[in-house]
Design a protein around this ligand. Structure first.
Ligand code: URA
Length: 299
């Protein structure tokens, strides 16, 4: 294969990738993704040892060990546009030789777990719930730019969603992607996590059905979404990154899942602005479950 041109894969002096400012070897195979750069230190404070810190723009990274296992934490900022950068550059760090600029023959599989905040849309989901994403439905357009997206999408679920929600044709076409089953199995604990479908929106206000001064084109969209049901699965929450992480990871051969704290409930109108202590609990749960040893690591 021809070398990838400098314009397509930009690297910095010193050999780091363009936005993340990380060099090969500076990330672990297991990576926790968070939106907020401030949450990177909160997570790394639980590490046994820190070996590496890096920061550029909203992308802050710390690599170290947690209970003896190598682990990285990286902030992505908000939105699927940033996820396009983060997942492509993480993959380049392990699967492209940045000197010859050619893909490596042996591909490495990363495990990515996003810990985020989200807004529940079902009235029975309490504030502070830990919502584990079994499937993400992306309401952004990022995944469809990549060839082969149909391989990783649940096309039947998308069709059911589009029909039941009477999805407007002038919005981006929803795409459904499952989280890695092995990560979901590891992160799920009955009575602690609630598993369901997560919507990844392309904005916080209008794209999640919030109207401040601007009225919405589709006023009852959240009621339609809350009624959606497919093979027993219901939409539980809105956030802004999960579908692109799951979709790009699946295309590149990585494993990904998302777990979110419900800091708002759109059906009841409540919010939990002071969620730091509950987030600490979600972080503790996720790190323990993510790094626990399992029998199968195949999917
Ligand atoms: N993050 C979101 O994207 N939506 C919410 O309602 C809360 C957090």
């Amino acid at each position: 294969m021809a070398a990838i041109a400098s314009s397509e894969l930009i690297t910095n002096d010193g050999g780091s990738v363009f936005h993340l400012h990380l060099r090969p070897g500076e990330i672990a195979e297991k990576i926790v993704l968070v939106g907020d750069p401030g949450r990177v230190k909160m997570i790394a404070d639980r590490f046994d040892r820190v070996e590496q810190r890096q920061a550029n723009r909203e992308f802050h990274a710390i690599t170290g060990t947690y209970r003896g296992q190598r682990l990285s934490v990286l902030s992505t900022g908000i939105g699927t546009d940033n996820i396009d950068i983060v997942v492509n550059e993480l993959d380049a760090l392990v699967n492209i030789d940045l000197v010859t600029r050619r893909p490596r023959a042996e591909k490495q599989t990363l495990e990515l777990v996003r810990i985020g905040t989200s807004g529940a849309i079902q009235p029975h989901v309490p504030l502070g719930a830990f919502i584990l994403t079994g499937t993400s439905i992306g309401l952004d357009g990022v995944l469809r730019y990549y060839k082969g997206h149909e391989r990783v999408r649940d096309i039947e679920m998308e069709a059911a969603f589009t029909e039941q929600c009477r999805w407007p044709l002038d919005l981006a076409r929803p795409y459904a992607v499952h989280s890695s089953p092995s990560l979901v199995e590891r992160l799920y604990v009955e009575g602690i996590t609630t598993k369901g479908v997560t919507l990844t929106a392309s904005g916080f206000y209008g794209p999640q059905g919030r109207a401040l001064r601007l009225p919405l084109q589709e006023e009852d969209i959240n009621d339609r979404i809350a009624r959606f049901s497919h093979r027993g699965a219901r939409v539980l929450n809105y956030e802004m990154e999960s579908a692109a992480i799951a979709g790009l990871s699946a295309l590149l051969g990585h494993r990904a899942a998302t777990i979110c704290l419900a800091i708002a409930n759109r059906a009841t109108g409540e919010a939990l602005p002071d969620y730091k202590s509950r987030m600490e609990q979600l972080i503790a749960h996720t790190l323990d479950q993510f790094t626990r040893q399992t029998k199968t690591l195949s999917s």
